[in-house]
Ligand binder design. Structure first.
Ligand code: AMP
Ligand code: GLY
Length: 430
Protein backbone atom coordinates (compact mmCIF):
# COMPACT_ATOMS: atom_id res chain seq x y z
CA UNK A 1 0.00 0.00 0.00
CA UNK A 2 0.95 3.62 -0.55
CA UNK A 3 -0.07 5.45 2.60
CA UNK A 4 -0.64 9.16 3.14
CA UNK A 5 -0.53 10.51 6.69
CA UNK A 6 -2.12 13.95 7.11
CA UNK A 7 -0.68 16.24 9.79
CA UNK A 8 2.59 17.69 10.98
CA UNK A 9 3.15 16.83 14.63
CA UNK A 10 4.66 14.23 16.94
CA UNK A 11 1.55 12.06 16.64
CA UNK A 12 2.00 11.90 12.87
CA UNK A 13 5.72 11.18 13.24
CA UNK A 14 4.95 8.21 15.50
CA UNK A 15 2.37 6.90 12.99
CA UNK A 16 4.81 7.29 10.09
CA UNK A 17 7.57 5.55 12.10
CA UNK A 18 5.29 2.58 12.77
CA UNK A 19 3.82 2.40 9.25
CA UNK A 20 7.35 2.28 7.79
CA UNK A 21 7.71 -1.02 9.68
CA UNK A 22 4.58 -2.55 8.13
CA UNK A 23 5.06 -5.47 5.74
CA UNK A 24 2.06 -4.22 3.72
CA UNK A 25 3.31 -0.68 3.21
CA UNK A 26 5.53 0.16 0.25
CA UNK A 27 5.73 3.94 0.68
CA UNK A 28 4.62 6.51 3.25
CA UNK A 29 3.84 10.11 2.32
CA UNK A 30 3.09 12.86 4.79
CA UNK A 31 1.22 16.13 4.18
CA UNK A 32 2.66 18.49 5.25
CA UNK A 33 4.93 16.62 7.73
CA UNK A 34 7.93 18.21 9.43
CA UNK A 35 11.72 18.01 9.53
CA UNK A 36 11.86 14.78 11.53
CA UNK A 37 9.12 13.09 9.53
CA UNK A 38 10.99 13.87 6.30
CA UNK A 39 13.63 11.29 7.31
CA UNK A 40 11.10 8.48 6.96
CA UNK A 41 8.33 9.73 4.69
CA UNK A 42 8.14 11.91 1.62
CA UNK A 43 6.70 15.20 2.87
CA UNK A 44 4.49 17.35 0.63
CA UNK A 45 3.32 20.90 1.39
CA UNK A 46 -0.41 20.98 2.05
CA UNK A 47 -3.12 23.24 3.39
CA UNK A 48 -5.07 21.27 5.99
CA UNK A 49 -8.02 23.68 5.68
CA UNK A 50 -8.58 22.62 2.04
CA UNK A 51 -10.01 19.10 2.19
CA UNK A 52 -10.79 18.95 -1.49
CA UNK A 53 -7.13 19.74 -2.33
CA UNK A 54 -6.06 16.99 0.10
CA UNK A 55 -8.28 14.50 -1.72
CA UNK A 56 -6.83 15.69 -5.06
CA UNK A 57 -3.35 15.12 -3.65
CA UNK A 58 -4.18 11.56 -2.53
CA UNK A 59 -5.64 10.87 -5.98
CA UNK A 60 -2.58 12.25 -7.75
CA UNK A 61 -0.19 10.21 -5.59
CA UNK A 62 -2.29 7.06 -6.10
CA UNK A 63 -2.62 6.62 -2.37
CA UNK A 64 -4.27 3.37 -1.24
CA UNK A 65 -5.11 4.54 2.25
CA UNK A 66 -5.07 7.94 3.99
CA UNK A 67 -4.73 8.35 7.75
CA UNK A 68 -5.77 11.66 9.33
CA UNK A 69 -3.96 12.94 12.44
CA UNK A 70 -5.52 16.29 13.48
CA UNK A 71 -9.15 17.17 14.20
CA UNK A 72 -9.77 20.14 11.90
CA UNK A 73 -9.92 18.25 8.56
CA UNK A 74 -12.13 15.60 10.17
CA UNK A 75 -14.53 18.19 11.58
CA UNK A 76 -14.53 19.82 8.13
CA UNK A 77 -15.62 16.52 6.56
CA UNK A 78 -12.47 15.08 4.95
CA UNK A 79 -13.71 11.49 5.45
CA UNK A 80 -16.97 12.31 3.60
CA UNK A 81 -14.98 13.91 0.78
CA UNK A 82 -12.72 10.86 0.37
CA UNK A 83 -15.65 8.43 0.59
CA UNK A 84 -17.58 10.35 -2.07
CA UNK A 85 -14.58 9.71 -4.36
CA UNK A 86 -14.36 6.03 -3.34
CA UNK A 87 -11.00 6.58 -1.67
CA UNK A 88 -10.04 4.79 1.55
CA UNK A 89 -9.47 6.89 4.65
CA UNK A 90 -9.13 6.17 8.39
CA UNK A 91 -11.16 8.81 10.19
CA UNK A 92 -14.77 9.55 11.18
CA UNK A 93 -17.39 11.34 9.11
CA UNK A 94 -18.12 15.01 9.70
CA UNK A 95 -21.24 14.06 11.67
CA UNK A 96 -19.30 11.78 14.02
CA UNK A 97 -16.48 14.30 14.34
CA UNK A 98 -19.02 16.70 15.91
CA UNK A 99 -18.31 14.82 19.14
CA UNK A 100 -15.08 16.83 19.23
CA UNK A 101 -16.15 19.78 17.05
CA UNK A 102 -18.93 20.89 19.39
CA UNK A 103 -18.68 20.41 23.14
CA UNK A 104 -22.38 21.23 23.47
CA UNK A 105 -23.32 18.60 20.88
CA UNK A 106 -21.15 16.08 22.79
CA UNK A 107 -22.69 17.00 26.14
CA UNK A 108 -26.26 16.76 24.84
CA UNK A 109 -25.41 13.41 23.25
CA UNK A 110 -23.98 12.09 26.55
CA UNK A 111 -26.99 13.26 28.52
CA UNK A 112 -29.47 11.87 25.99
CA UNK A 113 -27.89 8.44 26.27
CA UNK A 114 -27.27 8.46 30.04
CA UNK A 115 -23.49 8.21 29.79
CA UNK A 116 -21.76 9.38 32.98
CA UNK A 117 -20.41 12.94 32.58
CA UNK A 118 -20.11 16.23 34.51
CA UNK A 119 -23.42 17.91 35.35
CA UNK A 120 -24.35 20.89 33.16
CA UNK A 121 -25.00 24.26 34.83
CA UNK A 122 -26.02 26.02 31.66
CA UNK A 123 -25.40 26.91 28.02
CA UNK A 124 -25.00 30.61 27.20
CA UNK A 125 -24.56 33.02 24.34
CA UNK A 126 -24.97 36.13 26.51
CA UNK A 127 -22.21 37.24 28.88
CA UNK A 128 -24.72 38.84 31.23
CA UNK A 129 -26.74 35.64 31.58
CA UNK A 130 -23.59 33.57 32.08
CA UNK A 131 -22.30 35.96 34.77
CA UNK A 132 -25.65 35.80 36.57
CA UNK A 133 -25.50 31.99 36.63
CA UNK A 134 -21.91 32.09 37.90
CA UNK A 135 -23.03 34.09 40.96
CA UNK A 136 -24.93 31.12 42.33
CA UNK A 137 -22.39 28.34 41.92
CA UNK A 138 -19.86 26.62 44.15
CA UNK A 139 -16.31 26.80 42.87
CA UNK A 140 -14.36 25.42 41.04
CA UNK A 141 -16.51 25.28 37.92
CA UNK A 142 -15.56 24.43 34.35
CA UNK A 143 -16.22 26.73 31.38
CA UNK A 144 -15.94 25.46 27.82
CA UNK A 145 -16.08 27.21 24.49
CA UNK A 146 -18.29 25.16 22.17
CA UNK A 147 -15.99 24.88 19.14
CA UNK A 148 -12.38 23.98 18.35
CA UNK A 149 -9.96 26.35 20.09
CA UNK A 150 -6.68 24.43 19.83
CA UNK A 151 -6.83 23.27 23.45
CA UNK A 152 -7.31 26.81 24.83
CA UNK A 153 -11.10 26.84 25.07
CA UNK A 154 -11.49 25.27 28.53
CA UNK A 155 -11.04 26.96 31.90
CA UNK A 156 -11.26 25.32 35.29
CA UNK A 157 -12.11 28.42 37.33
CA UNK A 158 -11.41 28.57 41.05
CA UNK A 159 -13.39 31.74 41.68
CA UNK A 160 -16.23 33.90 40.36
CA UNK A 161 -13.82 36.59 39.16
CA UNK A 162 -11.69 34.07 37.23
CA UNK A 163 -14.83 32.63 35.63
CA UNK A 164 -16.26 36.01 34.66
CA UNK A 165 -12.92 36.96 33.15
CA UNK A 166 -13.04 33.88 30.89
CA UNK A 167 -16.66 34.62 29.92
CA UNK A 168 -15.59 38.11 28.97
CA UNK A 169 -12.76 36.85 26.74
CA UNK A 170 -15.10 34.37 25.09
CA UNK A 171 -18.40 36.14 24.65
CA UNK A 172 -17.46 39.83 24.62
CA UNK A 173 -13.91 40.04 23.25
CA UNK A 174 -14.55 37.03 21.00
CA UNK A 175 -10.97 35.80 21.50
CA UNK A 176 -11.86 32.48 19.87
CA UNK A 177 -14.11 33.93 17.18
CA UNK A 178 -17.22 31.93 16.38
CA UNK A 179 -15.79 28.81 18.14
CA UNK A 180 -16.34 30.71 21.39
CA UNK A 181 -19.79 32.03 20.52
CA UNK A 182 -21.52 29.54 22.80
CA UNK A 183 -20.39 28.68 26.29
CA UNK A 184 -20.99 25.55 28.36
CA UNK A 185 -20.68 25.76 32.14
CA UNK A 186 -20.36 22.49 34.01
CA UNK A 187 -19.46 20.82 37.27
CA UNK A 188 -15.75 20.34 38.01
CA UNK A 189 -15.01 16.67 38.49
CA UNK A 190 -12.29 15.39 40.77
CA UNK A 191 -10.10 12.34 40.27
CA UNK A 192 -7.34 11.08 37.99
CA UNK A 193 -7.61 11.65 34.26
CA UNK A 194 -7.20 8.86 31.75
CA UNK A 195 -7.00 8.87 27.95
CA UNK A 196 -8.86 5.84 26.65
CA UNK A 197 -8.70 5.54 22.86
CA UNK A 198 -10.45 2.94 20.73
CA UNK A 199 -10.24 2.08 17.05
CA UNK A 200 -13.58 1.36 15.42
CA UNK A 201 -14.60 0.21 11.93
CA UNK A 202 -18.27 1.00 12.46
CA UNK A 203 -19.08 -2.62 13.40
CA UNK A 204 -16.43 -3.61 15.93
CA UNK A 205 -13.98 -1.74 18.09
CA UNK A 206 -10.64 -2.51 19.75
CA UNK A 207 -9.23 -0.45 22.62
CA UNK A 208 -5.64 0.77 22.56
CA UNK A 209 -3.60 0.63 25.77
CA UNK A 210 -4.67 3.42 28.16
CA UNK A 211 -2.41 6.44 28.57
CA UNK A 212 -2.14 9.49 30.75
CA UNK A 213 -1.35 12.95 29.42
CA UNK A 214 0.15 15.86 31.40
CA UNK A 215 -1.82 18.87 30.19
CA UNK A 216 -0.49 21.67 32.38
CA UNK A 217 2.64 23.55 31.35
CA UNK A 218 4.66 23.17 34.55
CA UNK A 219 5.72 20.56 37.11
CA UNK A 220 3.17 19.72 39.76
CA UNK A 221 0.31 20.30 37.28
CA UNK A 222 0.72 24.07 37.54
CA UNK A 223 0.33 26.73 34.87
CA UNK A 224 -1.90 26.93 31.82
CA UNK A 225 -3.27 24.00 29.83
CA UNK A 226 -1.18 22.97 26.84
CA UNK A 227 -1.66 20.44 24.04
CA UNK A 228 0.16 18.02 26.35
CA UNK A 229 3.66 18.07 27.87
CA UNK A 230 4.19 14.31 28.13
CA UNK A 231 2.45 10.98 28.44
CA UNK A 232 3.00 7.47 29.68
CA UNK A 233 1.50 4.04 29.30
CA UNK A 234 2.04 0.83 31.22
CA UNK A 235 0.18 -2.31 32.21
CA UNK A 236 -1.87 -1.98 35.36
CA UNK A 237 -2.87 1.68 34.91
CA UNK A 238 -6.45 0.55 35.39
CA UNK A 239 -7.86 -2.69 36.78
CA UNK A 240 -9.72 -5.11 34.55
CA UNK A 241 -12.93 -4.19 36.39
CA UNK A 242 -12.41 -0.52 35.55
CA UNK A 243 -11.59 -1.39 31.95
CA UNK A 244 -14.82 -3.41 31.70
CA UNK A 245 -16.77 -0.51 33.20
CA UNK A 246 -15.33 1.87 30.58
CA UNK A 247 -15.93 -0.55 27.70
CA UNK A 248 -19.44 -1.62 28.68
CA UNK A 249 -20.73 1.54 30.35
CA UNK A 250 -19.24 4.16 28.03
CA UNK A 251 -17.60 2.96 24.79
CA UNK A 252 -20.02 0.24 23.67
CA UNK A 253 -23.27 2.16 24.23
CA UNK A 254 -21.89 5.21 22.40
CA UNK A 255 -20.66 3.29 19.35
CA UNK A 256 -23.88 1.25 19.25
CA UNK A 257 -26.07 4.36 19.31
CA UNK A 258 -24.03 5.99 16.52
CA UNK A 259 -24.37 2.89 14.31
CA UNK A 260 -28.07 2.61 15.11
CA UNK A 261 -28.54 6.27 14.13
CA UNK A 262 -26.96 5.63 10.75
CA UNK A 263 -23.56 7.21 11.52
CA UNK A 264 -21.20 4.33 12.21
CA UNK A 265 -17.98 5.62 13.75
CA UNK A 266 -14.88 4.75 11.70
CA UNK A 267 -11.47 5.67 13.03
CA UNK A 268 -9.99 6.52 16.40
CA UNK A 269 -12.30 7.77 19.13
CA UNK A 270 -10.59 9.27 22.16
CA UNK A 271 -12.44 9.31 25.47
CA UNK A 272 -10.99 11.85 27.90
CA UNK A 273 -12.13 10.38 31.23
CA UNK A 274 -12.07 11.41 34.85
CA UNK A 275 -11.83 8.41 37.17
CA UNK A 276 -14.02 9.72 40.00
CA UNK A 277 -14.88 8.01 43.29
CA UNK A 278 -18.27 7.17 41.74
CA UNK A 279 -16.81 5.70 38.54
CA UNK A 280 -15.38 6.88 35.22
CA UNK A 281 -17.01 9.94 33.64
CA UNK A 282 -16.52 11.47 30.19
CA UNK A 283 -14.78 14.88 30.16
CA UNK A 284 -14.39 15.16 26.42
CA UNK A 285 -14.17 13.34 23.12
CA UNK A 286 -11.54 13.67 20.46
CA UNK A 287 -12.28 12.28 17.02
CA UNK A 288 -8.65 11.26 16.58
CA UNK A 289 -5.57 9.99 18.38
CA UNK A 290 -4.13 12.15 21.16
CA UNK A 291 -0.85 14.00 20.99
CA UNK A 292 1.42 13.15 22.90
CA UNK A 293 -0.55 10.00 23.88
CA UNK A 294 0.18 8.43 20.47
CA UNK A 295 3.92 8.75 21.03
CA UNK A 296 3.52 6.62 24.20
CA UNK A 297 1.12 4.13 22.56
CA UNK A 298 2.91 3.38 19.28
CA UNK A 299 6.14 1.96 20.80
CA UNK A 300 3.98 -0.60 22.66
CA UNK A 301 2.26 -1.84 19.46
CA UNK A 302 3.20 -5.46 18.79
CA UNK A 303 1.20 -5.62 15.58
CA UNK A 304 1.33 -4.44 12.00
CA UNK A 305 -0.40 -1.04 11.95
CA UNK A 306 -0.77 -1.07 8.15
CA UNK A 307 -2.63 -4.37 8.37
CA UNK A 308 -4.94 -3.00 11.08
CA UNK A 309 -5.71 0.16 9.07
CA UNK A 310 -6.53 -2.00 6.05
CA UNK A 311 -8.88 -4.04 8.26
CA UNK A 312 -10.66 -0.86 9.41
CA UNK A 313 -11.15 0.22 5.79
CA UNK A 314 -12.52 -3.24 4.90
CA UNK A 315 -14.73 -3.29 8.04
CA UNK A 316 -12.95 -6.44 9.18
CA UNK A 317 -11.51 -5.19 12.46
CA UNK A 318 -13.43 -7.95 14.28
CA UNK A 319 -11.02 -10.50 12.80
CA UNK A 320 -7.97 -8.73 14.29
CA UNK A 321 -6.29 -8.82 17.66
CA UNK A 322 -4.07 -6.04 18.91
CA UNK A 323 -1.07 -7.44 20.81
CA UNK A 324 0.71 -5.06 23.11
CA UNK A 325 4.21 -5.15 24.48
CA UNK A 326 4.26 -5.45 28.28
CA UNK A 327 6.98 -2.78 28.32
CA UNK A 328 6.14 0.63 29.79
CA UNK A 329 6.59 3.81 27.75
CA UNK A 330 7.24 7.44 28.67
CA UNK A 331 7.20 10.42 26.31
CA UNK A 332 8.67 13.74 27.48
CA UNK A 333 7.84 16.79 25.36
CA UNK A 334 10.65 19.29 24.84
CA UNK A 335 9.04 22.67 24.13
CA UNK A 336 10.07 26.23 23.26
CA UNK A 337 10.20 28.59 26.25
CA UNK A 338 6.95 30.55 26.47
CA UNK A 339 4.72 27.77 25.07
CA UNK A 340 1.65 27.69 25.20
CA UNK A 341 1.98 31.48 24.98
CA UNK A 342 4.41 33.34 22.73
CA UNK A 343 7.71 31.70 21.90
CA UNK A 344 10.56 32.04 19.43
CA UNK A 345 11.54 29.44 16.83
CA UNK A 346 14.42 28.70 14.45
CA UNK A 347 16.81 27.55 17.16
CA UNK A 348 19.28 24.86 16.20
CA UNK A 349 18.65 21.54 17.95
CA UNK A 350 21.83 20.01 19.31
CA UNK A 351 22.63 16.48 20.44
CA UNK A 352 20.09 14.46 18.45
CA UNK A 353 22.98 12.26 17.29
CA UNK A 354 23.65 11.37 20.96
CA UNK A 355 20.43 9.38 21.16
CA UNK A 356 20.26 8.08 17.60
CA UNK A 357 20.45 4.29 17.53
CA UNK A 358 19.70 3.87 21.25
CA UNK A 359 17.34 0.89 20.89
CA UNK A 360 14.77 1.83 23.53
CA UNK A 361 14.60 5.54 22.58
CA UNK A 362 12.62 7.19 19.75
CA UNK A 363 12.60 10.92 19.21
CA UNK A 364 9.35 11.95 17.56
CA UNK A 365 9.48 15.44 16.08
CA UNK A 366 6.52 17.74 16.80
CA UNK A 367 7.76 21.02 15.41
CA UNK A 368 11.06 20.91 13.56
CA UNK A 369 12.44 21.99 10.24
CA UNK A 370 15.36 20.24 8.56
CA UNK A 371 18.14 21.87 6.60
CA UNK A 372 20.34 19.04 5.25
CA UNK A 373 21.55 17.32 8.46
CA UNK A 374 20.62 20.11 10.87
CA UNK A 375 17.28 20.51 12.63
CA UNK A 376 15.74 23.77 13.84
CA UNK A 377 12.76 24.39 16.12
CA UNK A 378 9.61 25.45 14.27
CA UNK A 379 6.82 25.34 16.85
CA UNK A 380 5.85 25.41 20.54
CA UNK A 381 6.14 21.70 21.06
CA UNK A 382 9.37 20.60 19.42
CA UNK A 383 10.27 16.98 20.28
CA UNK A 384 8.60 14.03 22.02
CA UNK A 385 11.46 12.03 23.47
CA UNK A 386 10.07 8.56 24.06
CA UNK A 387 11.54 5.54 25.80
CA UNK A 388 10.36 2.05 26.59
CA UNK A 389 11.53 0.04 29.59
CA UNK A 390 10.68 -3.07 31.55
CA UNK A 391 9.10 -0.91 34.21
CA UNK A 392 7.66 2.59 34.17
CA UNK A 393 10.55 3.67 36.35
CA UNK A 394 13.09 2.32 33.84
CA UNK A 395 11.28 3.92 30.87
CA UNK A 396 11.22 7.22 32.73
CA UNK A 397 14.93 7.11 33.53
CA UNK A 398 15.86 6.25 29.94
CA UNK A 399 13.60 9.00 28.55
CA UNK A 400 15.06 11.72 30.80
CA UNK A 401 18.59 10.46 30.15
CA UNK A 402 17.93 11.05 26.44
CA UNK A 403 16.30 14.46 27.11
CA UNK A 404 19.44 15.56 28.99
CA UNK A 405 21.57 14.82 25.90
CA UNK A 406 19.48 17.08 23.62
CA UNK A 407 19.40 20.85 23.79
CA UNK A 408 18.28 24.01 22.03
CA UNK A 409 18.17 27.61 23.10
CA UNK A 410 15.05 28.23 25.23
CA UNK A 411 14.34 24.51 25.63
CA UNK A 412 11.84 23.66 28.38
CA UNK A 413 10.27 20.44 29.59
CA UNK A 414 8.47 19.07 32.61
CA UNK A 415 10.64 17.00 34.88
CA UNK A 416 7.77 15.09 36.48
CA UNK A 417 6.27 13.12 33.57
CA UNK A 418 5.04 9.77 34.97
CA UNK A 419 6.61 10.61 38.33
CA UNK A 420 3.45 10.29 40.43
CA UNK A 421 2.75 6.85 38.94
CA UNK A 422 6.33 5.74 39.58
CA UNK A 423 6.01 6.80 43.20
CA UNK A 424 2.97 4.62 43.70
CA UNK A 425 4.17 1.03 44.02
CA UNK A 426 0.96 -0.27 42.53
CA UNK A 427 -0.15 2.09 39.79
CA UNK A 428 -3.78 0.88 39.83
CA UNK A 429 -5.79 3.87 41.03
CA UNK A 430 -9.42 2.96 40.83
P1 AMP B 1 -11.16 19.36 27.24
O1 AMP B 1 -10.68 20.31 26.17
O2 AMP B 1 -12.64 19.24 27.36
O3 AMP B 1 -10.40 18.11 27.20
O4 AMP B 1 -10.66 19.94 28.61
C1 AMP B 1 -9.29 20.15 28.82
C2 AMP B 1 -8.95 19.77 30.24
O5 AMP B 1 -9.76 20.50 31.15
C3 AMP B 1 -9.22 18.30 30.58
O6 AMP B 1 -8.22 17.45 30.19
C4 AMP B 1 -9.32 18.40 32.08
O7 AMP B 1 -8.05 18.49 32.67
C5 AMP B 1 -10.04 19.71 32.28
N1 AMP B 1 -11.50 19.50 32.39
C6 AMP B 1 -12.41 19.50 31.40
N2 AMP B 1 -13.65 19.28 31.88
C7 AMP B 1 -13.51 19.12 33.21
C8 AMP B 1 -14.43 18.85 34.28
N3 AMP B 1 -15.74 18.74 34.09
N4 AMP B 1 -13.93 18.74 35.53
C9 AMP B 1 -12.61 18.88 35.76
N5 AMP B 1 -11.69 19.13 34.81
C10 AMP B 1 -12.13 19.25 33.54
N1 GLY C 1 -3.26 15.35 24.42
C1 GLY C 1 -4.61 15.69 24.29
C2 GLY C 1 -5.08 15.85 22.91
O1 GLY C 1 -4.49 15.33 21.99
O2 GLY C 1 -6.10 16.49 22.71
Amino acid sequence: MNILVIGSGGREHALVWKLCRSSLVSKVWCAPGNGGISQQAECIPANLADISALADLAEKLRIDLTVVGPEQPLVDGIADEFESRNMRITGPSRKCAQLEGSKIFAKEFLERHNIPTAQVYGIFTSGTDAAKRLENLNYPVVLKADGLCGGKGVAVSKSYSEAVDFVDRLLRKREFGSAGGRLLIEEALEGRELSFIVLSDGQDFLPLVPTRDHKRAFDGDLGPNTGGMGAYSCDGMISSTMEAEIRDGIVKPILTVLTRNGCPYRGFLYFGLMLTPTGPKVLEFNCRLGDPETQAIVPRMDFDLGDVFAAVAAEKLGTKRLNWSPAASVCVVMASRGYPGRYVTDKEILGLENVEGVPSVSVFHSGTRRDKHTYYTSSGRVLGVTAVGETLDAARRIAYDAVHRIDFSGCRYRSDIALAACLVANVGED
